[in-house]
Design a protein around this ligand. Structure first.
Ligand code: SDX
Length: 431
């Protein structure tokens, strides 16, 4: 992050302050306002952080106008085609694509951390069977703080490394256990002879009563879904993890906070909401009614899976996901999937509609993912937990980067106060 030598002048009343302008390796310059309040006695105001860079990061870059997503410089479409999830995990965590030996060692370390402490199984039984799996995941991941004390000291690089591997390795196991518990089936333990995605599918769909063969088509599709959801710059849940971690809280508690934030329907919960919306629409002839509602300001309905804070062109992940949806349904022999037909027609109509064009609303990563997950046999309640499994590496990578950043300090935003100014207490008899 270079100081351009340029400054931005801000004049307020009779005072002018000059603020340094910093230049990134890609994307817009930033005005460094860290000294603004000290020099000018004013705050900036940016609810939702639409124009605010919260940190410096070298992990993921998004160009919303070009529809470009780079992980450590590598385009997501190339990674989706040529790489696999654990290799992308290595890239996000350590900054470079691994050699064959580095990859083998990393995969072995993850594989050998996939089991959770046996006593943690009791946590699941404390939940109602019909608890949303995201509720279970928030609770159980937070409880990891109570079991893995030897990797909670964030000042010890080795403990940070162990916590990172444990979180990436155990998240599929926890998500699968949450699913099994919700359907009253016994837990299926991970197997070290399976790759990450195959292991997850087996833990979700195998039963002790019979052998389970992983379908390679589904395993590849799952791996691609995990890759497409791995990291995404400073989105709401990643920002939650960064803010929670800035107080020095342990990594398990901070990732649990990220899971809680991801659950919201405006964020990671959109994949569940999107499939439920597509099912509610039901048939192509009912699409115009929902397009009308999405445009109606008095109607809170929004097209789930559409729109994005950053992408004002197509979401490159949605393009890959759409292609994967076609492939998976065809390979599974699922013809005439009405939901996929509704999704494609909805996309076509929306992209020709003035409202969506003017507001630059395109399908995002959540628009097609639910169709694939549904075809795999997952209930909609498992869509966001799968997003959380994938995004754990992004949260952990961003957390590691922040902890190691010498400029890191506790996050403590200010406010535009609109409440009462000072007034005296009134006794109840005088109110
Ligand atoms: C994810 O940040 C990330 O990177 C997130 C994510 C990641 O990988 O981490 O990419 C994952 O969260 C994807 C987004 C999933 N959410 C949804 O699909 C829910 C539906 N989308 C919207 O809720 C909305 O588009 C957001 C939340 C995604 C973005 O909201 P913004 O950036 O705050 O935009 P906005 O709400 O200000 O919308 C701008 C305008 C508004 O109209 P006006 O007030 O200007 O008249 O567009 C309209 C909105 O009403 N609009 C929509 C719409 N999304 C925005 N209108 C209808 N349907 C929609 N989906």
């Amino acid at each position: 992050m270079a100081d351009t030598g340029k400054t931005a002048k801000l004049t307020l009343d009779d005072k002018t302050v000059e603020l340094p302008v910093l230049s990134p390796t890609a994307g817009p310059d930033v005005i460094d306002i860290r000294k603004l309040y000290a020099q000018a006695g004013v705050f900036t105001y940016d609810p939702g952080y639409t124009s605010t860079a919260s940190c410096a990061s070298s992990i993921t870059y998004i160009d919303g106008d070009k529809g470009e997503l780079l992980h450590r410089g590598y385009p997501i479409d190339q990674l989706a085609e040529k790489s696999h999830f654990l290799e992308v995990c290595y890239l996000l965590l350590y900054g470079e694509l691994p050699t064959a030996e580095e990859l083998e060692d990393f995969e072995s370390r993850v594989t050998h951390h996939t089991m959770i402490h046996e006593q943690m199984h009791n946590f699941f039984r404390g939940f109602r069977r019909d608890a949303h799996p995201m509720a279970t995941m928030v609770g159980v991941v937070g409880a990891m703080s109570a079991f893995y004390h030897d990797s909670t000291d964030i000042n010890d690089p080795w403990q940070r490394e162990v916590a990172s591997i444990r979180l990436i390795a155990k998240m599929p196991t926890i998500a699968a256990m949450a699913y099994k518990y919700s359907i009253g089936q016994p837990d299926i333990y991970p197997r070290n002879d399976l790759d990450y995605s195959s292991n997850f599918l087996r833990m979700c769909f195998a039963v002790p009563a019979e052998e389970y063969e992983v379908n390679p088509i589904l395993s590849r599709a799952m791996d691609r879904i995990l890759m497409l959801h791995a990291d995404h710059e400073q989105n709401a849940s990643t920002s939650t993890v960064r803010l929670a971690s800035s107080s020095g809280a342990n990594p398990f508690a901070c990732i649990a906070a990220g899971i809680a934030c991801l659950w919201g329907p405006a964020h990671g919960g959109a994949n569940q909401a999107c499939l439920e919306m597509l099912r509610e629409i039901g048939t192509v002839d009912r699409i115009p009614e929902y397009i009308k509602r999405a445009k109606d300001k008095s109607d809170p309905f929004r097209l789930m899976g559409f729109g994005h804070r950053v992408y004002k062109n197509f979401d490159p992940r949605a393009k890959v996901m759409k292609q994967s949806a076609d492939e998976v349904l065809e390979l599974l022999g699922i013809e005439n999937n009405e939901t996929l037909k509704v999704a494609k027609e909805l996309e076509r109509i929306a992209l020709e509609d003035e409202y969506f064009i003017e507001k630059k609303l395109y399908p995002n990563v959540d628009f097609y993912s639910g169709i694939i997950l549904d075809a795999m046999g997952f209930p909609t309640s498992m869509f966001t937990p799968i997003f959380a499994v994938a995004r754990t590496v992004g949260w952990v990578s961003q957390w590691k980067e922040m902890i190691a950043d010498p400029e890191m300090k506790i996050g403590r935003p200010r406010q535009l106060y609109t409440g009462y100014t000072r007034r005296d207490y009134v006794d109840v008899e005088n109110r």
